[in-house]
Design a protein around this ligand. Structure first.
Ligand code: CP
Length: 321
């Protein structure tokens, strides 16, 4: 594993989850492993949890961190090759990534999709060019199509809080007023399908017509447009909005009736509710859920530290950083 950008980088998922829970029980148990090496965190888009939890994870491992909000503080980057840079872009990704690689032993990158050109977004051009030119191991802090540190924290949370050996996990689409990326949902689905193959969960996806995710991320999941049917006997409900993949980046419905509230929770087996955050109250999720005993959203956000700490520890060990 040279880089950590998806569940496919993990050789043994069960072992990683167990290691994360071990780290959680003693967060400073590996404080010497980082050896004062430098983690650079590069954000092309906003963040609260990813930024703070990854910094905390690095500190727990004895690493130094440097953060740059490239969207506000850096030069505007050029991604295309063979262009005459006589427009708004100031620095090419070739130089920017290579220079960052001179200062850092590991780099994290957040790069959202533009939601305009599906082929461009799903080619992961920005992440791949960054990896190509920086020359050091890279951790995805959410790319155009995936959010692996979030999904890892989600799986840790499910394993930690499950009262059954194979809980039913439902990913449900939720309403939103803005077109959001599919990255969190793609990634969650991909991780749950891998967990399902290992008999760790039983996984179902539910969404309105037209919100089908790309098949490469959902193959192996049960999928239904009947939310009530999906929620039946669920042990965990993962709530997330995403914009349409087929009509790329579009909002197709106001989603009335899709918000999870206490009435919908009655259909489940007293399910615990997850959301990656930030969440729009009263639109994506009812206040009564977020403020109630079934919400795991804060616990889940706390586990972002142990997901990041495990991924960084593995990168350090495997790459002998
Ligand atoms: N869930 C998540 O990634 O949160 P941020 O966008 O605040 O980092």
């Amino acid at each position: 594993m040279k880089h950590f950008t998806s569940v496919h980088d993990i050789p043994n998922l069960n072992q990683w989850v167990n290691e994360a829970l071990k780290i959680k029980s003693d967060p400073l148990g590996f404080v010497d492993i980082g050896g004062q090496k430098t983690l650079g965190l590069v954000f092309l888009n906003p963040s609260l949890r990813t930024r703070m939890s990854t910094q905390k994870a690095a500190m727990n491992l004895g690493m130094n961190t440097m953060v740059i909000n490239m969207d506000k503080e850096g030069w505007r980057l050029e991604m295309n090759d063979n262009v005459i840079m006589d427009g708004f872009t100031v620095e090419h990704i070739k130089e920017a990534a290579a220079v960052l690689g001179q200062y850092c032993d590991v780099l994290g990158l957040r790069c959202f999709p533009n939601l305009k050109d599906r082929n461009e977004d799903y080619s992961e051009e920005v992440l791949n060019k960054f990896i190509k030119y920086c020359g050091v191991p890279v951790v995805s802090l959410e790319s155009a199509t995936r959010h692996p540190l979030q999904s890892f924290a989600d799986l840790i949370t499910i394993k930690e809080m499950a009262t059954k050996s194979k809980p039913k996990v439902v990913l449900t689409w939720a309403p939103h007023v803005k077109p959001l990326p599919q990255a969190v949902s793609n990634s969650f689905s991909e991780w749950m399908i891998k967990a399902q193959e290992l008999d760790m969960v039983d996984f179902v996806i539910t969404h309105p017509e037209g919100y089908e995710l790309a098949e490469e991320f959902t193959k192996g999941a049960k999928i239904t447009t009947n939310q009530n049917e999906a929620l039946k006997d669920a042990d965990f409900v993962y709530v997330k909005n995403w914009s349409s993949y087929s009509k790329y980046g579009e909002i197709l419905t106001d989603g009335k009736g899709w918000m999870i509230d206490n009435e919908k929770l009655k259909l489940t087996d007293n399910a615990k509710v997850l959301h990656c955050l930030p969440v729009r109250r009263g639109l994506e999720l009812a206040d009564e859920i977020l403020d109630g005993p079934n919400s795991l959203v804060i616990h889940e956000a706390g586990n972002r530290v142990y997901a990041a700490q495990t991924a960084l520890k593995k990168l350090i060990e495997i790459n002998r950083i």
